[in-house]
Write a protein that binds this ligand. Structure first.
Ligand SMILES: C[S@@+](CC[C@H](N)C(=O)[O-])C[C@H]1O[C@@H](n2cnc3c(N)ncnc32)[C@H](O)[C@@H]1O
Length: 251
């Protein structure tokens, strides 16, 4: 996680088309909802276009990017502009705080964790990933190794969980996952050839353009020749795959 630039300008720049490429996956939504337990009021930090906000609870969203806020559906929870590191709420304002695929963008994740602990009356649910697993993902390892060096990969999942005081749960990625995050297409490699899908994933923006072009061109060749299928087809599971996505849950 970077300690340098705030990411709101990043998402004002790269957030175009996010809501269509990154549709929340119902199975992941169910995991997040279960982790929220009996919380009636929930703050969603780094809420973006509203993915994974449970419709049957009273949710308030915080999000720094105007472009992301503009993609929230008309019936989405009320949202305000703000950042995790300085949440504009009094202590203990919510039954639970959630954060989905956002913590790796915070300029200071420790400050964000302290703020979540301050404004929740108890529960914290963070959907994130383990950078140690990202670097083992076939796309990163074989085609785009620069992704592993991105500032958003520079955090220790166990350290984050310890700071939160939560347990770590594995969230397998379904083979037909609808949320097009980095490893969503683990069994559908041709999806990575689509610039629109890549555009909705910040990791691809961190790769120097010539390396991105070279890696994707090589992937395209390997798909067309059957080489990708030969190397990976038999080794991958049929239904879902542990690509390193994790829930950190503090009850
Ligand atoms: C990959 S998107 C995830 C959005 C949404 N939570 C989801 O699951 O689709 C990352 C979001 O984190 C937001 N973000 C970046 N820096 C932030 C910060 N310091 N505090 C809160 N949110 C931040 C971005 O603007 C962006 O909307």
């Amino acid at each position: 996680m970077s300690n340098a630039t705030p990411s709101a300008p990043l998402y004002d720049g790269i957030g175009h088309g996010y809501a269509s490429a990154r549709r929340p996956d119902a199975r992941i939504a169910a995991r997040i909802d279960a982790a929220l337990g009996d919380a009636r009021t929930v703050l969603n930090v780094g809420a973006g276009a509203g993915s994974y906000e449970p419709a049957h609870r009273r949710v308030v969203a915080v999000e720094p990017s105007a472009l992301m806020l503009s993609q929230r559906p008309g019936n989405a929870a009320p949202a305000i502009r703000g950042v995790a590191e300085s949440l504009p709420f009094r202590d203990g304002s919510f039954d639970a705080v959630m954060a989905s695929l956002t913590m790796h963008h915070w300029s200071n994740w420790r400050a964000g964790v302290r703020e979540m602990q301050r404004v929740t009356r108890g529960r914290i649910v963070v959907f994130t990933f383990d950078p140690l697993r990202t670097r083992e993902y076939w796309l990163v390892q074989e085609y785009l190794p620069a992704i592993a060096d991105s500032p958003t990969e520079a955090f220790d999942l166990a350290e984050v969980a310890a700071a939160i005081g939560g347990r770590i749960e594995i969230v397998p990625v379904p083979v037909d996952c609808t949320d097009g995050f980095l490893a969503a297409y683990w069994r559908r490699p041709a999806m990575y050839l689509d610039p629109g899908r890549r555009g909705a994933v910040s990791a691809f923006h961190s790769v120097p353009p010539e390396q991105l072009h070279e890696g994707i061109a090589r992937l395209e060749t390997d798909i067309a020749s059957g080489e990708w299928e030969r190397r990976h087809g038999a080794g991958l599971p049929a239904d879902d795959f542990d690509a390193g996505y994790r829930l950190i849950v503090r009850d």
